[in-house]
Design a protein around this ligand. Structure first.
Ligand code: NAD
Length: 309
């Protein structure tokens, strides 16, 4: 078995080190406030992890707990507080469209998770900067961005190609089309030049920029293809199925495939996948948290520029 298992800890190390150095050498102390308004143990665990990672990198992290009905007022308070540079909320809170509303209550200038409509719209439309002068990069949602960084690290992105086209020729299957991870990730990878098969419980869509990347941003088309058709074609298979029993059928995977799992559950059979894959990344959580901090430092700088200018 020649499969290389790459851990999120390893991938995130250089980002964490860079953050630590930046924060220390510039003698800054960006402050992140996290709101916990549910009693989901997974959210509490994520908050614990955020606190630990922030402490290691010199970010000030404050966890604020409140009832879900008080959350909106608490977010507004943090929006108005100049000592708070970034805000995040542990979702789900209401588990419906009210969560989407709350994502837009967070000030766009403090949204470390990149879930505000402005960022989501810009991401889908392949608008990479907030300003005409192209000095302020858009914030990209943390988990999709984390998966992009994983793909860069393991060499799926081809550095010889120009920025923005580095996935040209790659075929990627993503099994998850949630609004939080799967759909934005499909758009990001297609905008970078990949042909993406986006699989959900109801079927498959294809995200692409056309032959020769003739389109400026991705388009989506419906397909009647099935999972068993697209898996053997794919250079990369990314999974986020939130069910413990779900396993990708290893026999359908291409020899030498790159497999990345972002689900809390192991969507690949650990032993089988090592016989087929060239590279296997079993989890991405630590990279996601590193992206959260990276987004925070970026927003800290934008706020300083705005105050100065
Ligand atoms: P979700 O329930 O909103 O979406 C699940 C998606 O998977 C849907 O598109 C659904 O159609 C699809 N799906 C479910 N069963 C399927 C099947 N059998 N075949 C094909 N598609 C199927 O969940 P989510 O918020 O996207 O989270 C998914 C998982 O990712 C969870 O385990 C979550 O904890 C994890 N997650 C991890 C991170 C991280 O940074 N590591 C971040 C967010 C979510």
């Amino acid at each position: 078995m020649s499969c290389k298992v790459v851990l999120a800890q390893t991938i995130s190390a250089s980002f964490r080190e860079e953050l630590r150095d930046t924060i220390k050498s510039r003698n800054i102390r960006p402050k992140l406030v996290g709101f916990l308004a549910n009693d989901d143990p997974a959210a509490a665990k994520y908050a614990e992890w955020t606190a630990k990672t922030c402490a290691e990198s010199g970010v000030e992290f404050e966890l604020r707990t409140c009832s879900r009905n008080d959350l909106e007022d608490k977010i507004v308070e943090a929006n108005q507080d100049a000592s708070v540079h970034g805000i995040m909320v542990y979702y789900p809170v209401f588990g419906d469209r009210q969560d989407q509303y709350l994502q837009n209550v967070v000030d766009v200038g403090k949204d470390v998770e990149g879930l505000h409509h402005k960022y989501v719209y810009n991401m889908y439309h392949n608008i990479r900067f907030l300003d005409q002068a192209q000095t302020k990069k858009c914030i990209i949602p943390c988990t999709p961005l984390g998966v992009v960084k994983v793909m860069e690290y393991v060499g799926v992105y081809n550095g010889i190609l120009p920025y923005g086209n580095r996935l040209h020729g790659r075929i990627v299957t993503i099994i998850n089309r949630s609004e939080i991870v799967g759909r934005p990730l499909a758009a990001l990878l297609a905008n970078d030049g990949a042909k993406v098969y986006s699989v959900d419980i109801n079927g498959i869509q294809e995200f692409h920029r056309g032959v020769g990347l003739q389109l400026k941003k991705h388009e989506v088309s419906e397909t009647t293809l099935k999972v068993e058709d697209v898996l053997p074609l794919s250079d990369v298979v990314i999974t986020g199925v939130p069910t413990p029993s779900y396993k990708v059928p290893s026999n359908l995977l291409r020899d030498g495939v790159v497999c990345i799992n972002f689900s809390t559950f192991k969507n690949f059979d650990g032993d089988e996948i090592k016989k087929k894959a060239a590279i296997y990344v079993p989890a991405v959580g630590k990279v996601t948290v590193a992206m959260l901090e990276r987004n925070l430092v970026r927003l800290y700088d934008y706020q300083s520029q705005d105050r100065a200018g």
